[in-house]
Design a protein around this ligand. Structure first.
Ligand code: HPA
Length: 268
């Protein structure tokens, strides 16, 4: 663990209390209102040295530590994307801090485009696996052998099963699928979408994969859910835009919140 993460952990504990956090939650574009549901202490990223200054609209760059459905959580209202800085490891410090605060697991959310006509906008997709289509990696430059992270069961089977059970209990359909990470910030071309469909991807987005790799590197169990906001490029007549993503995300956000609350209630 970096010295920075220890120092930040101490500062956060001084504000939010010493009780260990059980799990972390990263909220994607248009999904950040869940920060308000947590009964706890909110700290702006700007007050946490080394945290990303997310300039992406639809995010709420705050760390909120507190209780949600009786579980002590750390909710990240915003994330840093590779495309903001050219740094694949932009979320490394926040995730090191999460680990330092005592968490053993992480749930990542994002907005994504769908390549599956049976998973249309408004649906949720639980990642069964991912394809790193960017060729980038947040562990490039890590000098220790810990960089050789196995990714065979990176999407935790137990968390995935518990999320599915929770979704069923609250009447939410949680589709299964493979997510491809495209660097962004431009959207994909129709030819790129056809290519990644052939490669086996079901949805595409500009985040999440570096966080999954970093979580596994840090020994956090992890799972991720996409809120589908649009059909991917070339798959429908609709224009693809960030405005559209932000407008559509709340439909998925409602289902996501119901599912996550049930997941937390079910934790023992
Ligand atoms: N492509 C990439 N990222 C996205 C999309 C998309 O179609 N929709 C929401 N985020």
């Amino acid at each position: 663990m970096s010295k920075n993460a220890k120092t930040l952990g101490d500062r956060i504990r001084a504000k939010a209390g010493d009780a260990p956090v059980r799990l972390g939650l990263i909220l994607g574009s248009g999904l950040s209102h869940l920060t308000e549901a947590v009964d706890g202490v909110s700290i702006d990223y700007a007050d946490l040295d080394g945290f990303p200054h997310s300039g992406v609209s639809g995010h709420n760059p705050k760390l909120v530590i507190g209780m949600l459905e009786g579980v002590r959580v750390a909710v990240f209202g915003g994330r840093a994307h590779y495309y903001e800085s050219g740094r694949g490891d932009a979320m490394r410090l926040p995730l090191e801090v999460l680990k330092e605060l005592g968490a053993d697991s992480l749930i990542v959310t994002n907005a994504a485009g769908s390549m599956r006509s049976d998973i249309p906008p408004g649906e949720l997709m639980l990642l069964s696996d991912h394809i790193n289509f960017s060729g980038l990696n947040p562990l490039i430059g890590e000098p220790t052998d810990a960089r050789f992270v196995p990714m065979t069961a990176a999407h935790d089977p137990m968390i995935r099963a518990a999320l599915k059970k929770a979704a069923r209990a609250v009447g939410v359909t949680l589709n299964d699928g493979v997510y491809a990470w495209y660097s962004g910030p431009s959207f994909e071309t129709p030819a790129e979408i056809r290519a990644i469909r052939i490669l086996g991807a079901d949805a595409v987005g500009m985040s999440t994969v570096p966080e999954i790799i970093l979580a596994r590197f840090l020994g956090l169990r992890v799972a991720a859910i996409s809120a589908i906001t649009n059909m991917a490029a070339g798959m429908s007549d609709e224009n693809i835009s960030h405005e559209h993503t932000k407008a559509m995300a709340p439909i998925g956000a409602e289902k996501l919140e119901k599912t996550l609350r049930q997941y937390l209630r079910d934790l023992d």
